[in-house]
Design a protein around this ligand. Structure first.
Ligand SMILES: NC(=O)c1ccc[n+]([C@@H]2O[C@H](COP(=O)([O-])OP(=O)(O)OC[C@H]3O[C@@H](n4cnc5c(N)ncnc54)[C@H](O)[C@@H]3O)[C@@H](O)[C@H]2O)c1
Ligand SMILES: [Zn+2]
Length: 494
């Protein structure tokens, strides 16, 4: 038996209390709500103790696990108090009001070694579980897009969250779950239609790199609709979150003409997938107790809750004005700022910062932890190593014979060019306004002074500047000047 309690006995919390009172593995010990009437009503309904102060409840009762269903702005403080008290926590979605607060909860739960899960209830919707299985077993082929709609009337009790963190976040978490990775870019168009304090409608387009997801969420549509569709190259699925219906369409035959240009579909085959309907909350809480009792990892981790929140708050790396090709690859944690253009097949590693109005050409390769300042142009053929710093307005040229036309006066075409290959070594730094000519190799930890024109290779740790750039000395790892070799720096000893 696991001793459980519920904090917040409002709209959602009262259902947590009811389900716990019905679950065989749970012993509902107490219910806490700052509204005494609510606490008493719900506690007496389920034969447990009412509290108005959660700290008092945590001290007096021997509790193992807690559901927290208070308004979002209190999620962090109350969850933290429970975690510090050694209790496992299921906090309602969204995990917290800010990314920092969510990170604090994840860290605290890790330190205390208690289960932390977030009430992303739709994951436990049996139709969603079935859909996930079908996607993973390849029944729809390669997924192309996922579209969700979550609309209906305004919920008067929600006073501290907008429609994105309150509603769309459900589908955002489902997108993350079904696709199995974090998105690279989020574009939110939202606004206020019927109320003037918080956004009550939002249209959100999320780029997962080769898969697009879209959710429309609002509190202005007079009818309640919650559905999701998945389009793959082998089939299409329609899911109704409310009725837990899942309908699948598959093309029975598909012919592609010889020019790979026209696709002919046969009549599609429609099947209604059998679902064992169940109350998702019951499945969610039973799973929570299983995790607490048996040390299992929850289906929805704190990190999952954090990721959904990051998408909802659009703390994502790529600014909406940036133009990032769907055929470029960007590592986790990489940020691309306003108006930058990342071309097809470019690859950028993890935790890089690409400043404003940067141009990264076709198939350029950039390592991890690279910082590229505003207005830099990096042309095809360039490779930049881990930890390099590229100052403002640097240009990597790649054409050794920069003429617009061929000798017979025609505009040059791709075949008339020979592209140079330029490499920047690990942790090298290139000062603002420098120009790097084609085929140059810059050694690791080299330092190129601002405004240099680099025409030939630069040795590792060399300090060069001028036009043409010449070796003027050497620098250590931390970037201080060393006059002679071998040199050691007081600070970094390197
Ligand atoms: N997973 C879902 O589908 C779903 C659905 C609805 C709500 N929610 C989430 O549940 C949470 C609560 O939403 P709700 O609709 O039940 O709101 P609600 O206002 O109906 O309930 C919140 C309750 O918390 C109580 N409360 C406030 N501060 C407290 C404190 N310090 N100590 C104890 N009790 C306190 C309030 O008195 C109230 O009874 C929100 O985070 C919301 O996002 C999730
Ligand atoms: Zn040093």
């Amino acid at each position: 038996m696991i001793n459980v309690a519920v904090i917040g006995a409002g709209n959602m919390g009262k259902h947590h209390a009811r389900v716990y009172s019905e679950l065989p593995g749970a012993n509902l010990v107490a219910v806490c709500d700052s509204d005494e009437g609510r606490a008493k009503t719900v506690a007496s309904r389920h034969n447990c103790k009412p509290y108005t102060d959660y700290n008092e409840m945590l001290q007096k009762e021997g509790i193992d696990a807690v559901s927290i269903a208070v308004p979002t702005k209190f999620h962090k403080d109350i969850s933290l108090a429970c975690i510090e008290n050694g209790n496992s926590v299921l906090v309602e979605k969204p995990i917290a009001d800010t990314v920092e607060n969510a990170e604090m909860l994840i860290e605290a739960a890790g330190k205390k070694n208690v289960t932390l899960t977030v009430g992303h209830l739709e994951r436990f919707n049996p139709a969603v579980q079935k859909l996930k299985q079908m996607i993973d077993s390849g029944e729809f082929g390669k997924i192309n897009s996922i579209v969700a709609k979550r609309v209906g009337a305004f919920p008067p009790q929600i006073k501290d969250a907008n429609v994105i963190v309150d509603m769309a976040i459900h589908d955002i978490d489902i997108f993350n779950y079904l696709i199995g990775r974090a998105p690279v870019r989020v574009n939110i168009n939202s606004g206020k239609a019927l109320i003037n304090q918080r956004d009550d409608f939002a249209d959100i387009l999320i780029d997962y790199g080769r898969i697009n997801a879209f959710v429309q969420a609002n509190w202005i549509t007079p009818v309640k609709i919650r559905n999701l569709t998945v389009t793959g190259d082998k089939g299409y699925a329609e899911l109704n979150y409310i009725t837990q219906e899942l309908v699948v369409y598959r093309s029975k035959s598909m012919e592609i003409d010889n020019f790979n240009d026209v696709v002919k579909f046969g009549t599609p085959e429609k099947s209604v997938i059998e679902i064992n309907t169940e109350e998702p909350l019951k499945l969610e809480l039973a799973h929570f107790l299983d995790c607490v009792g048996n040390g299992k990892k929850p289906l929805v981790t704190g990190e999952d809750g954090l990721l959904a929140l990051k998408v909802a708050l659009n703390t994502f790396g790529i600014h909406p004005t940036a133009d990032v090709s769907g055929k470029a690859v960007l590592g986790n944690g990489t940020k691309v700022w306003h108006h930058s253009h990342i071309r097809e097949e470019a690859s950028i590693g993890e935790n890089c910062v690409i400043g404003k109005n940067v141009y990264v050409d076709f198939a350029v390769k950039i390592g991890n932890n690279v910082k590229i300042q505003n207005n830099t142009s990096i042309y095809h053929g360039t490779e930049i190593g881990d930890g390099a710093f590229i100052g403002t307005g640097v240009v990597f040229t790649n054409d050794k014979v920069p003429r617009a036309t061929t000798p017979d006066g025609n505009l040059k075409q791709a075949c008339d060019w020979s592209i140079g290959k330029t490499c920047v070594g690990r942790c090298a730094s290139i000062g603002a306004g420098s120009i790097i000519l084609p085929d140059v190799k810059i050694g690791e930890y080299a330092m190129i002074g601002a405004g240099s024109v680099v025409t030939k290779n630069v040795p590792a740790h060399a300090l060069v500047f001028g036009n043409p750039a010449q070796v003027r000395g050497y620098v250590c790892k931390c970037g201080r000047r060393a006059e002679k070799e071998p040199y050691t720096c007081e600070r970094c000893k390197k």
